[in-house]
Design a protein around this ligand. Structure first.
Ligand code: ATP
Ligand code: MG
Length: 385
């Protein structure tokens, strides 16, 4: 049924008093005008739907401030959008984009504005954000190094040493604590959502947390903790999801920590027992097995403090404030026992990466050269079309 059909034209009564005829005619005219308006709106919406898209490498757009931004190189392909390298005010930065209709960036922007307001250490700065012609949304953020998933995959052993793992554990735990302290849950803690900063910016010793597409406030305006909403459906990524996520339950701070725990085991051991399983139920069962009969095998390559940490997380209720400090203490204990040096050198740090991590392509290739190479379409005129 079209919008035109939906408009109700007043019924004409069989016997109409003379003075009512004018009223009825006016009402019918009004209804016809409304039908035409609805028809125009639906045509416009259809046209806009067609324009809903992701930008491509080499493309250029203009910000609300009139700045021209060229998408130099794709840095990441997310489930919802693409991340590109850009140069702004003479500095390399990243821009995350999503289709206009996706609508997850506004939450990410809210989170990053909060972490920036509170001067949190483990989050990108947000430099600008906006929408391009109802086609895509963008946010310009600090540029980071390669994410932890890629860095681990590039290791010959596909695992990190105890020194790097425990240092990552401390950095990422601090970032989760900071996120919780500004009132948000991540609900998608996983290696590909963390990355070290760049040496070029003297941020290589810090691990940053990003991707807040699934983030959620867990406190209300009066800073009161929200109650569990019971069963709400799956949130997050199957491999790192908490047992509560498998049960489709509402997630709290403890669930972010359970994901964090799986992530650490994978980093140090090189794999999780459920790595080849794709079925959610089977993965859930494997996570329970790792706590029961599979326990000795699961913890075989891990310091005993890992067992204590999982026991703590498993003991928390939805509302419990995790004991971040106690966990940090346990991780530092592992560092002492393993004689890890205070001067951190990440496993991925080679002599070459002592200097610039911004590759030649990044620092040398000029905007003009990229435009020429890509045959870029200029889509800066937001008022067009
Ligand atoms: N600031 C940044 N600097 C450098 N690379 C980045 C930055 N932000 C994201 N990336 C890269 O882009 C990838 C995708 O980004 P992000 O996780 O934000 O997108 P997403 O669509 O929400 O991802 P997914 O849903 O697949 O987890 C990251 O895993 C990372 O490799
Ligand atoms: Mg991600």
């Amino acid at each position: 049924m079209s919008h035109t059909d939906m408009v109700v034209i007043p019924n004409t009564p069989t016997l109409v008093a003379e003075e009512n005829v004018e009223k009825i005619r006016a009402a019918a005219e009004l209804a016809a005008k409304e039908a035409a308006r609805i028809h125009r709106v639906s045509l416009r919406e259809k046209k806009e739907e067609k324009k809903d898209r992701l930008p491509v490498q080499g493309e250029m757009f203009e910000t609300d401030k009139g700045e021209q931004i060229i998408l130099k190189q794709k840095l990441g392909d997310g489930a919802m959008g693409h991340v590109f390298l850009i140069s702004k005010d003479g500095r390399a930065m990243a821009v995350k984009t999503e289709k206009f209709s996706t609508g997850m960036l506004p939450m990410e922007i809210k989170v990053l504005l909060s972490t920036m307001r509170e001067k949190c250490k483990h989050f990108c700065r947000i430099h600008d954000y906006g929408t391009i012609r109802r086609e895509y949304n963008y946010m310009i953020i600090s540029l980071l190094g390669r994410d932890l998933y890629r860095l681990r995959s590039e290791m010959p052993t596909r695992s990190f040493s105890i020194s790097t793992t425990t240092k990552i554990a401390l950095e990422t735990l601090e970032s989760i604590e900071e996120l919780h302290s500004v009132g948000y849950l991540s609900r998608d803690v996983k290696p590909s959502n963390f990355a070290p900063g760049l040496r070029d910016f003297k941020e290589h010793k810090t691990i940053f947390m990003f991707d807040f597409g699934l983030a959620k406030k867990y406190v209300d305006r009066e800073h009161r903790k929200l109650k569990s909403r019971g069963e709400v459906g799956w949130r997050g990524t199957v491999r790192y999801g908490s047992l509560n996520a498998h049960k489709r339950l509402d997630l709290g701070r403890r669930d972010d920590l359970e994901c964090w725990f799986y992530m650490l085991v994978e980093m140090h051991v090189g794999e999780l027992p459920w790595r080849f399983l794709t079925d959610r139920t089977a993965v859930g069962k494997a996570k329970i097995h790792a706590r029961e009969e599979g326990r000795p095998n699961f913890f075989f390559k891990l310091p005993q403090q890992f067992e204590t940490i999982l026991k703590m997380i498993d003991g928390y209720a939805f509302e419990t404030r995790p004991e971040y400090r106690q966990m940090k203490k346990l991780i530092n204990e592992i560092r002492v026992e393993n004689q890890c040096s205070d001067r951190i050198k990440w496993d991925w740090q080679t002599d070459e990466s002592q200097y610039s991590e911004l590759t030649e392509a990044v620092s040398v290739m000029s905007d003009m050269a990229i435009l020429a190479e890509q045959g870029a379409t200029n889509v800066t005129d937001r008022n067009q079309g």
